[in-house]
Design a protein around this ligand. Structure first.
Ligand SMILES: [Zn+2]
Length: 275
């Protein structure tokens, strides 16, 4: 009879035994700025010739079982003077290098365990070579495009991710629970690119958050479900939008649009963090 009594005492003393949430935090980094000279490239036929500023975001997830970087932004080398992109339709700048933001919180990129890239467009893979020790989490369809015969055809920039360790790749076919406890889950959402994916994080205090990848680039496109002209597959994109919106609603999750400058201005950035 001793064991049940001791167990009862233990449960009374530590009521969260068995269902305590793990230590889990989320840092947000500003990984560049984008001056868009004609925003209708994201919303065909709408707001032609209208300029708009977008931001670029990267994230660090620290879980008791490991660390993960989500997207790596523009390459730091772009710097303050910036560079033109998309045939002169955008101007990119980096005023606060990701490597510096990581150093500020004593993170060595070589120590990161996992790297999740929403998709392989150059504004999401810029600093990927910093994380060459990490295991890449990539959908099969994105892998086929990014490491196939013609990555450039998909708007990808192979030198930006050439130093990843292929022996550590984890090829996914759909959703993936990164740490096995349901609190950090990659959500498949193809269409923007062949294997576009998003990230769900369920934080102990802040609750569930979904990171958009490029399902939408700004809030107005989310409101009207507009699909950029350069998306890989419009129909797939619309299906993914509906599935993710249902998921966000069911989970009562916050939805953070990675490129939305106005929304990002309301979010805490590193060295502050969410827990
Ligand atoms: Zn993007």
């Amino acid at each position: 009879m001793k064991t049940p009594i001791l167990l009862l005492i233990a449960l009374l003393a530590f009521p969260t035994i068995g269902f305590a949430k793990p230590n889990l935090t989320l840092h947000v980094f500003e990984c560049g700025n984008i001056e868009v000279r004609d925003i209708s490239m994201f919303s065909p036929g709408i707001d032609k010739g209208v300029t708009k500023e977008l931001t670029n975001s990267c994230y660090l997830i620290r879980h008791e079982k490991g660390t993960m970087i989500w997207d790596t932004g523009f390459i730091d080398a772009i710097g303050e003077n910036g560079a033109e992109g998309f045939g002169g339709m955008i101007k990119m700048t980096v005023t606060n290098p990701l490597s510096k933001q990581l150093a500020e919180i004593n993170i060595n990129p070589a120590d990161i365990d996992y790297i999740g890239i929403s998709h392989f467009h150059g504004d999401h893979t810029g600093n990927t070579n910093l994380f060459s020790n990490a295991a890449l989490l990539i959908q099969q369809a994105e892998y086929n495009a990014a490491f196939g015969p013609a990555p450039e055809k998909f708007g990808f920039n192979p030198p930006s991710y050439a130093q990843l360790d292929k022996s550590k790749f984890k090829i996914l076919n759909g959703d993936h629970d990164v740490f096995g406890d349901g609190n950090v889950v990659i959500k498949s959402a193809p269409g923007h690119t062949p294997g576009h994916q998003m990230l769900y994080i369920n934080l102990p205090e802040s609750g569930p958050i979904v990171l958009s990848g490029d399902l939408y680039h700004f809030t107005k496109n989310r409101t009207h479900k507009r699909v950029p002209s350069f998306n890989f597959n419009k129909e797939q994109t619309l299906v993914a939008m509906e599935a993710i919106e249902n998921f966000v609603k069911d989970e009562n999750a916050q939805f953070w649009i990675q490129h939305d400058k106005e929304q990002n201005a309301t979010i805490k950035h590193s060295p502050e963090f969410y827990k």
